[in-house]
Design a protein around this ligand. Sequence first.
Ligand SMILES: C[S@@+](CC[C@H](N)C(=O)[O-])C[C@H]1O[C@@H](n2cnc3c(N)ncnc32)[C@H](O)[C@@H]1O
Length: 251
Amino acid sequence: MTVGSLGGARGGRVFSQFFCFIFFCQDIVTVLTDTSKDTFIQKLPTHKNSYPYKTSSYVFSFQRTLEDEWSRMMVAAEQAQFMANLIRLINATKAIEIGMYTGYNALSMALAMPENGQVVACEIEDTYVQIAKPFFKEAGVENKIDVQHQDALKTLDELIAAGEVGTYDFVFIDADKVNYDRYYEKSLELIRTRGIIAIDNVLWSGRVVNPAPNDTSSQALDALNKKIYKDQRVELSMLTVGDGLTITIKR
Ligand SMILES: C[S@@+](CC[C@H](N)C(=O)[O-])C[C@H]1O[C@@H](n2cnc3c(N)ncnc32)[C@H](O)[C@@H]1O
């Protein structure tokens, strides 16, 4: 079939628009159904609570082979999957995770990035760093994850001092809650315009509503939620996924 047979110049336009649409759909389908890690999924035992979430099932199964005790603080699988897809959609190559723990989500982010992608993973506890590193190596993303084993505030200050302001595409905040506001402000400096800052535990099992007088974590989260709600520097979307996930886009 030729363009001409579809009705001249107008037909050509319709024809090419149609194919652009098909290619666009294919891109979206590729992003949402990438199964290139399936070999790992088959290789690894599946945790009893797992569910075959497409791309994230790899990291999900991978880290859930750790004891339940270790899986307690990880993000929910659907959160890791969602953030990995956000990373793909914005073509992120520079990301920061504040609170790496045993590396589940850092691994998920690194796998979603191209070869030149870099995740700065901040973790203060040595035990967790030692657990995470072999997983990064086995997954073949050791070179994409820069583990910063120290206080995350120090790492963020170092990045700012090193001239990295406005260069990061994606930041995930998931460390000690009382410092969330500080992490948010420093992340806003480091993130580029239209970059994403994702914040975990913003619902804190509902305790952000009327926090108890001695509950400093709930108070800090509540204060930050209210601050971001009015923050003109960002667009906001608060999702009731996991323990509550805020997505902000820097204006
Ligand atoms: C909820 S866990 C992170 C879970 C991880 N994002 C995941 O999805 O697997 C919080 C982590 O933040 C770490 N953390 C707490 N305070 C920190 C600090 N000041 N600097 C760096 N890491 C910190 C804790 O040791 C813990 O491993």
